[in-house]
Design a binder for this molecule. Structure first.
Ligand SMILES: Cc1cc2nc3c(=O)[nH]c(=O)nc-3n(C[C@H](O)[C@H](O)[C@H](O)COP(=O)(O)OP(=O)(O)OC[C@H]3O[C@@H](n4cnc5c(N)ncnc54)[C@H](O)[C@@H]3O)c2cc1C
Length: 418
C-alpha cells in the first residue's frame, strides 16, 4: 500500500491553501487528490469578479483567484493526483481511490485534510408538484453550462431560491440575452448577500418575490411555465395568490450541502446543523489526524474566508504530524438564542492563538447585539445594525477569554437593547 504523510481530499481553494500552509510548516510528503481534470474546484466556473478583496486587496474572477493558489502549490512542488476520485476513507486513514489510468489503489495517510466542498440541493429534495419536463437545472449546473461549456440552458427563466449562486446566475443569464422573469424565495428574506441582491437583481430590474414558491411545474417534455404562489408564515401556499409565468428554464438555488459521505464513512462526527464535521479551533475532527476546512466544513459566503480557514487546517495538520494530538481539555462553544451554529464547536484549553469563531444567525435582526457569555458572565456584547442569515459573522476569542476550568462559552443574539 502506498503511504503519504498528508493526504488532502479535494483540490479546490480549501485543499490548495491547506496544502501550501502544510508545506510551509514543514510537511514534505503531501498529496492532493482531485476528481476533476484540473485544480481550482468550483471557482473554475465562477467567472464573475468579486473574489480576493480580503486576501489580495484586488477584485479577481474565480479562476484568477484559484490560479494564485495553484501557482503556490506548483512553486512548492506539491504533487497532485488529478482525475482521481476518493471512494472511501477509513477510520485508520486508509483512502481507497480510483482513476482511469491507475485503477483502484489504497493510500495510507498519517494525516488527512477533508476539503471536498459542497453540492447543490436537488429538485428531489423540494417535492415541487407537477410534471418532470426538461429545462429544470440547478443554478450551479447552469453556471457551468454557460461559463465553461458555452451553452445557454434556455431564454425565458424563473429562479427558485435567492442563494448567492441563483442571484449571480440571474445577472449572468440576463447578460447572455435571456429574460429572467423573477426570483422566488420561500422565506421572507433572501438567503444571499446584500451586495448580490443590489448588483445582480436591482441593477437589472429583476424582481425578487419573497415568501413565494413554485407550486406547480407545467409542460410534458419541455418546461412550459411555472405557477408561483405566496406562502404563509408556515410556508404553506396561500390560495388565490397563484400566478402563472411562461418559461423554458427553471433554475434552483435552494441551498448547498457539504459533501460528507466520505467523512460519515470514516465515522467522523458530523453536525446536524452545518452538515459538516464537528471541529476544534485547530479544525481537528473527532478522528485523530483528520482535519476539515472549506465548504465541506460549513457553507461559506466568501472564498477568502475559505482560504484563511484552510491555512489553519494545513498548519494544524503539520503540528499534528510533528507533535501528535492535543491532549488538552476542550471547552464547548454553545450556539443559542438566534445563533444557528458556531465553527469551531469546541476549543482546546491549551490554545495560544486567537480563535476566530464563525457563525450564522437563524433569521434577520435589526439593532440587535451578538453576545458572548463565559460561564454565564457576559464577555462581549457587539451591537449590530443588521444581522442576516445570508452573511457569515465572526467573533474573535483570545486565549485570556477562556474560562479557567470547566465551563463553556455561549453565543446568542439579544434584541432591543441597543
Ligand atoms: C455551484 C457553486 C457556485 C458557487 N459560486 C460562488 C461564487 O460565485 N462566489 C463565491 O464566493 N463562492 C461561490 N461558491 C462557493 C464556493 O464554493 C466557495 O467559496 C469555495 O469554492 C469553496 O472551496 P472548497 O475548496 O471548500 O470547495 P470546492 O471549490 O467545491 O472544491 C472542492 C473540490 O473537491 C473535489 N472533490 C470532492 N469530492 C471529492 C472526492 N471524493 N475525491 C476527489 N476530489 C473530490 C471537487 O471536485 C472540488 O474540486 C459557489 C459554490 C457552488 C457549489
Amino acid at each position: 500500500m502506498k503511504h503519504v504523510e498528508l493526504a488532502i481530499i479535494g483540490g479546490g481553494p480549501a485543499g490548495l491553501a491547506a496544502a501550501a500552509a502544510a508545506r510551509r510548516n514543514g510537511v514534505e510528503d503531501i498529496l492532493i487528490i482531485e476528481r476533476d481534470s484540473r485544480l481550482g474546484g468550483i471557482l473554475n466556473q465562477c467567472i464573475h469578479a468579486g473574489f480576493g478583496l480580503h486576501t489580495f486587496g484586488q477584485e479577481l474572477s474565480g479562476p484568477e483567484y484559484a490560479q494564485r493558489f495553484i501557482d503556490q502549490v506548483a512553486e512548492l512542488s506539491i504533487p497532485c493526483l488529478l482525475d482521481t476520485m476518493v471512494l472511501d476513507l477509513s477510520e485508520e486513514r486508509i483512502l481507497t481511490v480510483t482513476s482511469r489510468t491507475e485503477g483502484l489503489q489504497q493510500i495510507k495517510a498519517d494525516a488527512v485534510i477533508l476539503a471536498m466542498g459542497c453540492r447543490e440541493r436537488p429538485r428531489g429534495a423540494l417535492n415541487i408538484p407537477g410534471t418532470r419536463p426538461s429545462g429544470i437545472w440547478s443554478a450551479g449546473t447552469a453556471q457551468r453550462l454557460v461559463n465553461m461549456e458555452g451553452v445557454m440552458p434556455g431564454r425565458e427563466v424563473v429562479i427558485l431560491g435567492s442563494g448567492d449562486i441563483g442571484l449571480i446566475m440571474a445577472r449572468r443569464m440576463t447578460m447572455e440575452g435571456a429574460k429572467v422573469h423573477a426570483v422566488a424565495e420561500v422565506m421572507p428574506y433572501s438567503g444571499g448577500l446584500k451586495r448580490n441582491i443590489v448588483q445582480c437583481l436591482d441593477d437589472f430590474d429583476i424582481p425578487l418575490f419573497l415568501s413565494t414558491t413554485v407550486v406547480e411545474i407545467h409542460g410534458r417534455k419541455k418546461l412550459e411555465g411555472v405557477t408561483l404562489a405566496q406562502v404563509d408564515e408556515r410556508r404553506r401556499p396561500i390560495p388565490g395568490t397563484e400566478r402563472y409565468i411562461p418559461c423554458d428554464t427553471l433554475l434552483l438555488s435552494v441551498g448547498l450541502l457539504p459533501e460528507n459521505e466520505l467523512s460519515a464513512g470514516a465515522n467522523v462526527a458530523l453536525s446536524p446543523i452545518t452538515g459538516g464535521p464537528v471541529v476544534g479551533e485547530d479544525l481537528s475532527t473527532s478522528i485523530p489526524g483528520v482535519f476539515a476546512c472549506g465548504n465541506v466544513l460549513h457553507v461559506h459566503d466568501l472564498v477568502d474566508f475559505v482560504s484563511q480557514e484552510a491555512t489553519l487546517a494545513g498548519e494544524a495538520a503539520a503540528r499534528y504530524l510533528s507533535a501528535g494530538e492535543s491532549q488538552a481539555e476542550t471547552i464547548p462553544l454553545l450556539a443559542e438564542g438566534g445563533v444557528r451554529y458556531t465553527v469551531p464547536q469546541f476549543i482546546h484549553r491549551d490554545t495560544t492563538e486567537n480563535v476566530t469563531v464563525r457563525f450564522r444567525v437563524g433569521q434577520p435582526y435589526r439593532n440587535a447585539a451578538v453576545c458572548v457569555y463565559v460561564n454565564d458572565q457576559l464577555l462581549r456584547r457587539i451591537p449590530k445594525r443588521v444581522l442576516a442569515p445570508g452573511e457569515m459573522e465572526k467573533v474573535i476569542l483570545r486565549p485570556a477569554d477562556l474560562p479557567a476550568e470547566g465551563g463553556s462559552i455561549r453565543f446568542c443574539i439579544e434584541e432591543g437593547t441597543n
